[in-house]
Design a protein around this ligand. Structure first.
Ligand code: C2O
Ligand code: CU
Length: 489
């Protein structure tokens, strides 16, 4: 299956510039007698099969109703070939890595018939989706764990366009690290077509030389404290795949970092990315950047125009300073090769003209919370927590529908924490309490080591128990997790 233009079949694909000019002239009656304009060149396109090595398995929609996407999803062990000739026994959704792409349009209803064929209990959390608490997949709060052989039916409406993902919420570091994660793309017919679209599910995997998975507790307590990063970078279930691209043509990359602990800082030498959106869809306006960075859990919506340079093009992972041991002696790694092919197209304007209106959340009357991300000083146990309390001993925070809260997160540890709140988007606040610009909706925010971060959130009408935690899943499992009880005032 090819990756397609974002909205092919929904909107007409954007014509190449020369063709667009020709069409404009034709429409204006610039060429007489119905003749073809002499300067019209054929539309420029990506090379045939340009993204075949990055093709994602797709979930099959079994429901004929165009507004209902109904799929089967089975968590089960399966053999995946990452190292040639050395299959890896992993845990998968429907037998593939990553789990199948779920494609829907904003406002669609999604029904997932889930079967757990793993030897352990599990659940599915729909990361970033503003759905009912009962569908959120947090064991013991929104649903019981699905036991081995058990089933669960997830059923909800997709309220926001954007790129999301799903993963288990039981023993998460282990289950995600074993291969359980998959993408969800929710499109909006009213959004502009920004060129050929590529979905990139970034992760990593901890492999032994024979291809088998390393034990989930490899490295012991110190590795828990650091957060386990895999030995191999994996993009759409492959190690260092090759993308083929026509130089000069814009590509939209919708990226999710599904790694357990690894921060993904990306670089394409000689290129600048226009970051046009993040966790919760398009941002207010594009922001140009050389090295987009995604913490675990985050998404980025990027537009890039591959161009020929002196060196072969390679998308690289650069070590990002997320605390002790994260950059020292660590090499740059190759994520994906890009082979340029064909005549250069006419580069489109950068940054692309795209954005959407976002209002800053009104902070008047907001309750302010101080949330410290903590490590128990008794290092015998490696126990992390929130305000000094590990998840298993914590009382829930309280809020009511319609409330606005400002969360001030502080981190005195030697490692950064990507903080994730379930079920609600928030806006990041800068040091002066002003919203970070360009405005965008987030669900995961980096809290740097020995640093701070703040956000503002307004709770809409979805009462229940909502989880928040560090998305370095080793940290979450070690106690850096809590619950918010959203009630009715
Ligand atoms: Cu992806 Cu509880 O999170
Ligand atoms: Cu953490």
């Amino acid at each position: 299956m090819h990756q397609r233009r974002a909205t092919r079949g929904l909107l007409a694909p954007a014509p190449a510039p020369a063709l667009a000019l020709a069409l404009a002239l034709t429409a204006a009656g610039g060429c007489g007698g119905g003749e073809e304009p002499a300067f019209q060149s054929p539309p420029v396109d990506q090379p045939a099969g340009w993204s075949d090595e990055l093709a994602l398995p797709e979930a099959i929609d079994e429901n004929p109703d165009p507004r209902i996407v109904e799929i089967q999803l089975e968590a089960r062990p399966a053999s995946v070939e990452l190292l040639p000739g050395k299959p890896t026994e992993m845990w998968t959704y429907n037998g593939g890595l990553p789990g199948p792409l779920i494609r829907a349009r904003v406002g669609d209803r999604l029904i997932v018939h889930f079967v757990n064929s793993l030897p352990e209990p599990t659940t599915i959390h729909w990361h970033g989706l503003r759905i009912q608490a009962s569908m959120d997949g947090t064991p013991g709060h929104s649903q019981p764990e699905v036991p081995p052989g058990g089933t669960f039916e997830y059923d909800f409406v997709l309220p926001d366009a954007g790129f999301y993902w799903y993963h288990p919420h039981v023993d998460s570091a282990h289950q995600l690290g074993a291969g359980l994660y998959g993408p969800i793309l929710v499109t909006d017919d009213d959004e502009p077509d920004l060129g050929d679209e590529l979905l990139l599910v970034l992760a990593d995997v901890s492999l032994e030389e024979d291809g088998s998975l390393q034990a989930p507790d490899v490295g012991g307590p110190l590795a828990t404290l650091f957060g386990r990063e895999g030995t191999a970078l994996v993009v759409n279930g492959r190690i260092r795949p090759t993308l083929r691209a026509r130089p000069g043509l814009a590509q939209r990359w919708r990226v999710v970092n599904a790694a357990r602990s690894r921060y993904y800082q990306l670089e394409l030498a000689g290129h600048t990315f226009a970051r046009i959106g993040g966790d919760g869809g398009l941002s207010q306006s594009p922001k140009m950047m050389g090295r987009p960075m995604l913490t675990p859990g985050q998404r980025a919506d990027l537009v890039v125009v591959p161009q020929a340079g002196e060196e072969p093009l390679v998308l690289r992972w650069l070590p990002f300073d997320r605390g002790y041991g994260s950059t020292e002696y660590r090499p740059v790694e190759e994520v994906m090769a890009i082979e340029l092919e064909g005549d250069p197209g006419q580069p489109p304007p950068q940054p692309p003209a795209v954005g959407r209106e976002i209002e800053p959340v009104d902070t008047s009357g907001a309750e302010e919370l101080d949330i410290a991300l903590t490590l128990n000083p008794d290092l015998e146990v490696i126990e992390l927590g929130i305000n000094g309390v590990p998840s298993w001993a914590a009382e829930p925070l309280e809020a009511a529908i319609g409330d606005t809260q400002i969360w001030h997160l502080t981190n005195d540890m030697e490692w950064s924490h990507p903080f994730h709140l379930h079920g609600f988007f928030f806006q990041e606040l800068g040091p002066g309490g002003q919203p970070a610009l360009p405005l965008e909706w987030r669900d995961t925010l980096d809290v740097p080591y020995h640093g701070k971060a703040s956000f503002v959130v307004r709770y809409d009408d979805r009462p229940g128990m909502w989880m928040f935690h560090c998305h370095i899943l080793d940290h979450a499992d070690a106690g850096m997790m809590g619950m918010l009880h959203l009630g009715v005032r």
